[in-house]
Design a protein around this ligand. Structure first.
Ligand code: NDP
Length: 317
């Protein structure tokens, strides 16, 4: 294990909209940020096709292309973008202290501030047919991709608030939405359930699970199974939305940073401050409610401003 000789001002972990926006602001503030991309450079947007809801792109933008642009913008101001994964952290509780971050289990970086933008990953069912058709009709984001299924028949799996909210969203766009809930009840709040029940074009199926996603290059249907009776049935759809929850990428911060019961980082008030001085969290890793590229970018900007102010305050100590 080697330790880099100089201490960084700002280390950014993660390369989605939050990480790159933090980098743009930090670089322009002369913090000479170093950004480590993580295992999925560009983050969740690289798994989507067209992004239609990011302001400033009247014709929409290709998700992976937008992330390349964000990277270039961050680099233009001097951000050093590095491929690598933060695998461990040793945070200092002292104001003005130095934090240590291990990269790829073989290099230790020392830094005065850390901006965490490691995001969250959508959970998938894990069926081989589902994995094969990701990007070919299987999506984990109705708000991102629902529009492409306008007037078509789609299905959504999950029974929580996200599934209920997304089913309602899809019902406004699509001809029919089949909602598959594995239990005999939904976990979603009553208010959300009422919204689902109020939609005539949502076909709610309890005790139903997906046996296989049908289709070669594109989704053509589902084979579903009633887990009470074992009866299988095929339905025709062109889009399948998985809404069974997200997992924040916070494993390496356990036992140090404060998290809620689902593992999302807790920030102080309206800031991006965590319970460690000089450690800031932005994007989906601290937001289970909005989870949009534009909101992630907003909190990335906030984290860079918080880091800049923190560095100014410790310099004057
Ligand atoms: P949840 O963990 O609350 O719900 C996940 C749902 O997916 C459950 O119904 C669960 O079923 C189901 N599920 C999990 N694994 C599988 C599987 N393998 N096959 C089939 N179904 C499966 O996640 P959400 O993303 O819905 O919500 C996360 C948090 O965000 C919650 O606290 C929620 O309240 C909040 N939220 C709030 C919103 C709002 O207030 N507007 C909007 C969206 C989210 P089971 O019940 O059987 O475990």
């Amino acid at each position: 294990m080697s330790t880099e000789s100089s201490t960084l001002k700002t280390l950014i972990i993660g390369s989605g909209p939050a990480g790159y926006t933090a980098a743009i602001y930090a670089a322009r503030a002369d913090l000479r940020p170093v950004l480590y991309t993580g295992i999925e450079p560009g983050g969740q947007l690289t798994t989507t096709t067209e992004v239609d809801n990011f302001p400033g792109y009247p014709e929409g933008v290709d998700g992976p292309a937008m992330m390349v642009d964000l990277q270039k913008q961050a680099e233009r101001f001097g951000t050093e973008v590095m491929i690598g994964m933060a695998t461990a952290v040793e945070l200092s509780k002292e104001v003005g202290g130095t934090h240590k971050v291990t990269i790829d289990n073989n290099k230790i970086l020392e830094t005065k501030t850390i901006i965490i933008a490691t995001g969250a990953s959508a959970k998938y069912l894990g069926l081989p047919s589902e994995q094969r058709l990701r990007g070919g009709g299987v999506s984990a984001c109705a708000v991102c991709d629902g529009f492409f299924y306008k007037e078509q028949e789609v299905a959504i799996v999950g029974g929580g608030d996200t599934a209920a909210e997304e089913a309602t969203y899809l019902a406004n766009i699509c001809k029919k939405v089949t909602m598959l809930v594995r239990k005999d009840h939904m976990r979603a709040s009553k208010a959300m359930q009422h919204r689902v029940n109020a939609k005539d074009n949502i076909d709610l199926r309890y005790n139903c699970e997906i046996d296989e996603v049908l289709g070669d290059q594109l989704v053509e249907g589902l084979r579903i199974v009633n887990n009470q009776t074992g009866i299988k049935e095929e339905i025709s759809i062109t889009g399948l939305f998985i809404a069974i929850g997200h997992k924040p990428n916070t494993e390496i911060f356990k036992d140090q940073l404060e998290m809620d019961n689902d593992g999302y980082l807790i920030t102080v008030g309206k800031s991006t401050k965590t319970n460690y001085p000089g450690v800031f969290a932005s994007g989906d890793v601290q937001d289970k409610e909005y989870r949009q590229a534009v909101t992630a970018a907003g909190t990335g900007c906030m984290a860079a401003l918080d880091a800049e102010r923190y560095l100014a305050s410790i310099e004057s100590l």
